[in-house]
Ligand binder design. Structure first.
Ligand code: DX5
Ligand code: ZN
Length: 212
């Protein structure tokens, strides 16, 4: 299972030190939350911070776009992200989602689709053969430090089942409120990639090893 630390929970006064600690402990993925203040009632980072981090650290940059105009942000982030994930709820319809996934792929990077807690897997079923990653939100997006919604594991199980039956290639990722205990439940349900924010960064070095 891949551990993708969420930079949102890092110590912003010491980003470089936190990134170095992640590298020193063999972390390969870095989850980078982008918020526009409209799709979610919060702001996080723009593209320039990611560009600077990328100049200094080699990670798989996993960019989670919580924005109401994903088309615009795909333009900004497609040159720096390795995986670019959009929300189905931010797309006009499934046709627009397909178009945006194709645009992401034309940049030679991986494309993900994300569902909020109130969105069911059926809303993204037509996309499952196209995407490289499906992100199941286990909190309402927008803020770190919220409690894990255990009922979201049902969606993970369903995705795993669909993946096995249909031979889909996407990776199943879960994001929000993940800690050591529920990461194990998530893995058993079928999650292959866990995003961990506040739990991990509370005591970075020792908590990374809990997951290894
Ligand atoms: C929430 C973000 C998450 C967040 C996770 O909207 O998408 O990536 O940073 O943080 P925790 O693990 O604290 O819920
Ligand atoms: Zn996220």
């Amino acid at each position: 299972m891949i551990l993708a630390p969420s930079l949102l929970a890092a110590n912003f006064m010491n980003l470089s030190k936190d990134c170095q600690t992640l590298k020193d402990h063999g972390i390969q993925w870095l989850h980078y939350d982008v918020m526009d203040g409209y799709f979610v009632p919060n702001h996080s980072f723009g593209v320039d911070i990611l560009k600077q981090i990328k100049q200094n650290f080699d990670f798989v940059y996993d960019v989670h776009l919580m924005v109401s105009n994903p088309r615009l942000f795909i333009e900004y982030f497609s040159k720096v992200a390795d995986v670019l994930t959009i929300h189905i709820e931010a797309c006009e319809d499934v046709h627009e989602a397909i178009e945006l996934i194709n645009i992401i792929h034309t940049h030679g990077i991986k494309a993900g689709i994300c569902i909020k807690p109130n969105t069911s897997v059926s809303a993204i079923e037509p996309l499952l053969s196209l995407v490289d990653l499906v992100l199941v939100m286990s909190v309402e997006p927008g803020f770190g430090g919220q409690p894990f919604m255990v009922e979201m594991l049902e969606k993970v199980r369903l995705l795993k089942d669909l993946k096995e039956k249909q031979g889909y290639q996407f990776m199943i990722q879960i994001d929000g409120g993940v800690n050591k205990e529920n990461s194990e439940q998530s893995r058993l349900a079928g999650a292959e990639n866990i995003v961990v924010g506040s739990y991990l960064f509370k005591d970075l070095a020792s908590r990374i090893s809990e997951f290894q």
